[in-house]
Design a protein around this ligand. Structure first.
Ligand code: AMP
Ligand code: GLY
Length: 416
């Protein structure tokens, strides 16, 4: 098969490496232009929002499957467009993609379909939102901008001042533009978080091993929220917890898409809080998590291309995915200033001396004349496997010591 992967971050790097293990892969194409991706794929200079250009590429190169990595092209309708041209796509249609691009629509879907979630209220006017919070006087409270904000549109506010600032930033200053037209004010849930990902072919689902992201910038879960500073997989959930997640969240999601005629084909990511009252759904993502994917996929034994193709064609024919009997730990190295204002252009050294059993996934890196430079907030991640989380951790952290760049930052407690 000829396969096109859209996206050029660490997540897509992990997807590409796994697809390349397949005996069924003929040629791997990627967009957009990226100096890392051109090393292992036919990397084409096309923007992910150039739907027509991507369609032309698919026809010219006889692409059998398109895998869409990021949320932006999905919520702009790339799957609907390519499917209408007869192209197989791994990635949900618009009706599915809104579950990530509108927090309001996601929460309403949860409510209609009996999926446990935090209590919430939607506001269209900043004065109403501020008045509600002043009267509620219950902190912490969670304030979310309705639309896509690259993982930065959620604030956990500990007092009225923080809450008012969030509402001003989202609704008045419009720091996330149209995404702040509405805000969701939500009850703050307590517990441990986990990321549950399932591959869905429209009718059936296949569960991936549960991962845990580490969202805060600094050790001990302190500092601002980020896209994710590291991940561990699998997570120590009990069989009973997994059963509850399947019964109360995944089954209700599957029934919901059936009832609402959403032909969802791709991966669905359930961001779940394990509370004292059972699992509650914080959010949907309609794509793989980053950095969860870098931790999850190296554990998969099966041919991922075969599974993706079956997902895209609505023909999943298995109930379980075969996994290595290992643990994986992924640690992200970020640039100085991330997440607010990451510095770019610093040279990275030491990448050649990394042990053979460690995988490096590149997120924000540019290669020039064989030299590596930072080009984004999350620069790269290192993933190690072990017979225990401790062993995997040790391997990764031993290798991080070898890498250097100006202002390099990472958490030292991933997997602790
Ligand atoms: P979201 O984009 O909705 O997943 O939110 C990003 C992060 O904010 C989540 O991974 C949680 O850590 C946190 N969060 C979101 N909603 C809540 C909530 N209702 N209670 C506590 N934490 C939350
Ligand atoms: N790591 C969280 C996300 O991908 O949204």
């Amino acid at each position: 098969m000829n396969v096109l992967v859209i996206g050029s971050g660490g997540r897509e790097h992990a997807i590409c490496l796994k697809l390349k293990e397949s005996n069924n892969l003929k040629s791997l194409y990627t967009v957009p232009k990226n100096s890392v991706f051109e090393r292992f794929s036919k990397n084409i200079d096309l923007s992910p929002d150039d739907f027509e250009g991507i369609k032309d590429l698919c026809i010219a190169e006889k692409i059998d499957l398109v895998v869409v990595g990021p949320e932006d092209p999905l919520s702009a309708g790339i799957s609907d467009y390519l499917i209408s041209k007869g192209i197989n796509v791994f990635g949900p249609c618009l009706k599915g993609a809104v579950l990530e691009s509108s927090k309001q629509l996601a929460k309403e879907f949860m409510d209609r379909n009996y999926i446990p979630t935090a209590k919430f209220k939607v506001f269209y006017d900043f004065r109403c939102a501020k008045k509600y919070i002043a009267e509620l006087q219950k902190f912490p409270v969670v304030i979310k901008a309705d639309g896509l904000c690259a993982g930065k549109g959620v604030r956990i506010c500990n007092n009225i001042d923080e809450a008012n600032t969030a509402i001003e930033d989202f609704m008045e200053k419009r720091i996330f533009k149209g995404s702040g037209m509405k805000v969701i004010v939500e009850e703050c849930l307590k517990g441990k978080e986990c990321s549950v990902l399932a591959l869905v072919d429209g009718k059936r689902y296949l569960l991936l091993p549960v991962a845990r992201d580490h969202k805060r910038l600094n050790d001990g879960n302190t500092g601002p929220n980020t896209g994710g500073m590291g991940a561990v997989c699998p997570v120590d959930l009990s069989t009973n917890d997994i059963k509850k997640i399947e019964e109360e969240i995944i089954t209700n999601f599957m029934n919901g898409i059936r009832k609402e005629r959403i032909d969802y084909r791709g991966v669905i990511y359930f961001g779940i809080m394990m509370t004292e009252d059972g699992p509650k759904l914080l959010e949907f993502n309609v794509r793989f998590g980053d950095p969860e994917t870098q931790a999850i996929l190296p554990l998969v034994e099966d041919d991922l291309l075969d599974i993706f193709y079956k997902v895209a064609s609505g023909k999943l024919d298995r109930e379980k995915i075969n996994l290595k009997n290992k643990y994986s730990v992924c640690v992200v190295l970020s640039a100085k200033g991330y997440p607010q204002n990451p510095l770019k252009g610093d040279e990275i050294s030491g990448l050649d001396s990394i042990d053979k059993d460690i995988t490096i996934f590149y997120s924000g890196i540019r290669i020039e004349n064989g030299r590596y430079f930072t080009s984004g907030g999350r620069v790269l991640s290192l993933v190690g496997l072990g017979d225990s989380v401790d062993e995997a951790r040790r391997k990764v952290y031993n290798n991080i010591k070898k890498i250097k760049f100006e202002g390099m930052h990472f958490r030292t407690d991933i997997g602790l």
